[in-house]
Design a protein around this ligand. Structure first.
Ligand code: DGL
Length: 259
């Protein structure tokens, strides 16, 4: 039984899994959350690169048709230094950059991301490759991941912290903002409220769906596949937060795993 491996440092990548499962319900998914080592976003790219290597190695035990690195920080690490793999590996930065270029009328694009992703400059590079006259601005939002992992999604404290980062980057007169961390689409309502109606909000999922469709033979049948969640650190709270983020997308099992 072939599956698609989806990998993130935590539960944020479930936003990507949700989008993939909505598009291809018949596919089987194995989601790996490296919760024991979360956050990746405050670590150096070479440390994150080692973690990604271990996670890709772990996936070798499964019969996979593709691996989706559903973590922007991990994606930045492997774009800089690709890791050889027998199955196609997809990142979330290139599809996100492409969707932002499509969405932006002025070419002034803002990136909200972790410190490590900002530091790697993976988004500016990807955008400028597609549109050399674009102007790209970046804002690290290090407090957002803990809020999402804690499940504080609709909360006044979260709204204030979201506003603080969004208002800082909006000073650059942008028309498009990339939610450049897989945790951030969970805060979409708060981000949209802080950004206002005139700003296009982009996450990578839509572009990723296009990438998978163009490179992999996906199962388009009307059956229902399985979703298995594995986490390197497991707590009852994790299951609760996973359900909150998956918003109705069901999973068959959630289990601890040792890499
Ligand atoms: N989900 C990760 C990303 O997309 C960030 C979370 C973390 O810092 O581990 O960059």
């Amino acid at each position: 039984m072939q599956a698609i491996g989806v990998f993130d440092s935590g539960v944020g990548g479930l936003t990507v899994l949700r989008a993939l499962k909505a598009r291809w319900p018949a596919e089987n998914f194995i989601y790996l959350a490296d919760t024991a080592r979360l956050p990746y976003g405050n670590k150096s790219l070479s440390t994150v690169h080692n973690y990604v290597g271990q996670c890709l190695k772990f996936f070798k035990a499964y019969d996979l048709k593709a691996v989706v690195v559903a973590c922007n920080t991990a994606s930045a690490a492997i774009i800089e230094k690709p890791i050889a793999s027998e199955v196609p590996v997809f990142n979330v930065i290139e599809p996100g950059a492409r969707k932002a270029v499509e969405a932006s009328g002025t070419g002034r694009v803002g990136i909200l991301a972790t410190r490590a992703t900002v530091h790697a400059e993976a988004y500016p590079h990807a955008i400028l490759r597609l549109k050399p006259d674009a102007e790209v601005f970046q804002q690290a939002c290090p407090l957002w991941v803990p809020l999402v992992e804690e499940g504080w999604i609709d909360d006044p404290v979260t709204n204030i912290i979201v506003y603080r980062y969004v208002s800082a980057i909006l000073k650059n007169n942008l028309d498009t903002l990339i939610m450049g961390c897989t945790h951030y689409p969970v805060l979409r309502e708060a981000i949209a409220k802080a950004a206002g109606n005139s700003i296009a909000l982009v996450d990578s999922s839509q572009g990723l769906v296009e990438d998978l469709k163009s490179r992999i033979e996906m199962n388009e049948e009307a059956t229902t596949g399985t979703v298995k969640i594995l986490a390197t650190d497991f707590s009852p709270r994790l299951e609760e937060t996973a359900r909150l983020i998956l918003r109705g997308t069901t999973f068959d099992s959630i289990e601890p795993v040792d890499l």
